[in-house]
Design a protein around this ligand. Structure first.
Ligand SMILES: Nc1nc2c(c(=O)[nH]1)N=C([C@H](O)[C@H](O)COP(=O)(O)OP(=O)(O)OP(=O)(O)O)CN2
Ligand SMILES: [Zn+2]
Length: 123
């Protein structure tokens, strides 16, 4: 068994404010977020765990189309990076039902030095 991890990175721009936070982040402001989605599985007969193009299409349709140039508070009440990672997981996980690979990790950077990682090891 040769398990491999396929990772694809994206960026999106969004506004948010943290209403339950005491400090500068209470006020409406924006970030250029970076998102990495990692999928785990074994290479198939084509030599791929998952086609990068398919992964890109799923993330574009289920996540980026909603988040890019949005106000995240319209989607999540307290849009911390942690809460946005959970929102992204809810959108992506159903797309892997019945597939030979699974969602392994989601990492979301709010700024170049600050990220949250959610690990979802299943197989
Ligand atoms: N654990 C978390 N901490 C913080 C979050 C978060 O989502 N999870 N979010 C914020 C705010 O969104 C805030 O906007 C972050 O501000 P930023 O200027 O990016 O933070 P820094 O001052 O650390 O900026 P650097 O440029 O990285 O120094 C706050 N905390
Ligand atoms: Zn912020």
């Amino acid at each position: 068994m040769t398990v491999m991890y396929v990772k694809k990175e994206f960026t999106f721009d969004a506004a948010h404010y943290l209403g339950k936070y005491h400090g500068k982040c209470e006020r409406l402001h924006g970030h250029t977020y970076r998102l990495a989605v990692t999928v785990k599985g074994e290479p198939d007969s084509e030599g791929m765990v998952m086609d990068f193009l398919e992964l890109k299409a799923i993330v574009q349709e289920k996540v980026l189309s909603a988040l890019d140039h949005s106000c995240l508070n319209d989607l999540v009440a307290q849009p911390t990076t942690e809460n946005m990672v959970l929102w992204i997981k809810e959108k992506l996980e159903p797309e892997f039902k019945g597939k030979s690979c699974s969602l392994a990790e989601i990492e979301l950077w709010e700024s170049p030095g600050s990220s949250v990682i959610l690990r979802l090891e299943k197989i």
